[in-house]
Each structure stands twice: as C-alpha cells, then as structure tokens.
Design a protein around this ligand. Structure first.
Ligand SMILES: NC(=O)c1ccc[n+]([C@@H]2O[C@H](COP(=O)([O-])OP(=O)(O)OC[C@H]3O[C@@H](n4cnc5c(N)ncnc54)[C@H](OP(=O)(O)O)[C@@H]3O)[C@@H](O)[C@H]2O)c1
Length: 225
C-alpha cells in the first residue's frame, strides 16, 4: 500500500511513518519545509514533500498514486490550518483512497457524546485563551471534522484521549461515545494512537466511524473490555 502521511514530522506523524514502514508500506510524508530535518532518521526509506499541509497543490502532488492517507489534524494558528488540510485531502485523494484523520475526544460526530464538567471547562478556558493569543483555534478542528463527516469518502476519524509517551502496549480499544466507561481512564500511548490509525487503513469496519480510543492496558479498558 502506498500511504501519504500528512503532518509526518510531528510526534504522532513520525510514529505513523514508523508503523507504515514496519508493515512494508511505501510512504510519502508531507511536512512544513522547516521541519523536513525531523524526518532525517527515515533517510531514503520515505519520500518527503515539503510544504504547508493546507496547500492544495502540495497535497495534490503528495497524494499522487497513493492508496491511503493518514492525516494529523492540528488546530494551531487561527488561519483555518486544520480545515484547509482536511479539505485539500478530501479534494485530491483518489476516489477509492482510504482516509484516516486524527483529532481529540472533543470532536463529536453525532452530538451524543457526554463530557464531564471538568473537560468542558478545560476546553472553554483553553479554547478562549488560545484563540485570544492567536495560538490555536479549536473550532478549526471542529470544522475540519465536520467536512470529513459530511463527505462520502472512505474516511475514519480517530479521536484520541490524553496521550503519553512510552513503548507500545498494543492496539487501543474504542467506543462510539466518550462517556462509555471503557474510556474512563482517558489515556493512550501516542505510539498506539498511531498504531490504531495505521490498522484502520485495512479495517473496512471502521469506515464512516469516529472511534474514541483508550489504551488497552488502562484500568478502564481492563475492567470493561
Ligand atoms: N496532545 C494531546 O494530548 C492530544 C490528545 C488527544 C488527541 N490529540 C490529537 O493528536 C494529534 C497529534 O497531536 P500531538 O499533540 O501529538 O502533536 P504532534 O504529533 O506533535 O503534531 C503537531 C503537528 O502540528 C504541526 N505544527 C506545529 N505548530 C504548527 C503551526 N504553527 N502551524 C502549523 N502546523 C504546526 C507540526 O508540524 P511541524 O513538525 O512542522 O512543527 C506537527 O505536524 C492531533 O490530531 C491532536 O488533535 C492530541
């Protein structure tokens, strides 16, 4: 499979590249020009297309001949970066391409997610301050995902819990709604978030799903699996 990793130079992106290479996939990575050096460890094993991930021409070129795309959606800045990234991928991926996007639990596909008061307060305070400082715009990621959900492409939106570093513990478990007790531990290893996204490429059961994930070794996962 030829896979385009959009946002390849970040922490999640580099794990995505690592998992794809381990499976023998051919990888094209897209990242900002100033971040190309972060992919140096992969050497000649991947093709790198430098450029902004919301630049339609960059994405069109990177997606040429790809069977799938793994897309890291980040809400940084206030210029609609995540929305532009999602739209460019939706516009330029091959019609049958498998598309897997990342985001956080705060995205709700059907409005049926029930969030704790603490979570809602954190979102409201962080969201307002981040926007005021022009550091991030959480609504941008919401709009990006709204466009993905509305699309007829073969998409999956993987909603990450809080993340931590560490060795892989295995494939995370998932649920359609964040209030599921299975997810109560709210923690996943970043390397396993990437593993879930890469596995989703070959799991047609996840097409048009927005799984909220949790580490398979967490207390809630062990108790409710
Ligand atoms: N962090 C968490 O606790 C958490 C929790 C749940 C879900 N998630 C989701 O996980 C995914 C990855 O998040 P992460 O926190 O682990 O980040 P990450 O993998 O380190 O990725 C950050 C990405 O943002 C890019 N970036 C940084 N500053 C930017 C800017 N000013 N303009 C444009 N792009 C910029 C980076 O590109 P460069 O390499 O070019 O800097 C990189 O591709 C996201 O979809 C996020 O919503 C994260």
């Amino acid at each position: 499979m030829k896979v385009c990793v959009v946002g390849a130079s970040g922490k999640l992106g580099r794990y995505l590249v690592q998992h794809c290479l381990a499976r023998g996939d051919e990888v094209v990575g897209v990242c900002r020009a100033q971040s190309v050096a972060k992919l140096a460890d992969f050497g000649e094993r991947i093709e790198v297309v430098p450029g902004a991930t919301n630049d339609p021409e960059v994405i069109r070129r990177a997606l040429e001949g790809c069977d799938a795309a793994l897309v890291v959606l980040v809400p940084w800045g206030v210029q609609g970066y995540a929305t532009g990234t999602a739209q460019a991928v939706l516009d330029h991926a091959a019609p049958e391409a498998r598309l897997v996007f990342s985001c956080g639990w705060h995205i709700s596909r059907d409005g049926q997610d029930v969030y704790s008061l603490g979570f809602r307060l954190l979102l409201a305070v962080f969201g307002r301050i981040a926007r005021l400082l022009r550091y991030a715009d959480l609504d941008d990621q919401v709009e990006a995902c709204r466009r993905v959900f509305a699309s007829e492409r073969r998409w999956t939106v993987v909603r990450g819990s809080d993340l931590e570093e560490g060795e892989s513990q295995g494939l995370p478990l998932w649920s359609r709604h964040v209030q599921d007790p299975l997810l109560a531990s709210n923690l996943t290893r970043r390397i396993d978030f990437a593993l879930f996204m890469v596995e989703a490429l070959r799991d047609d059961g996840l097409i048009h799903e927005a799984p909220a994930i949790v580490g398979c070794q967490t207390a809630s996962a062990r108790a409710h699996a």
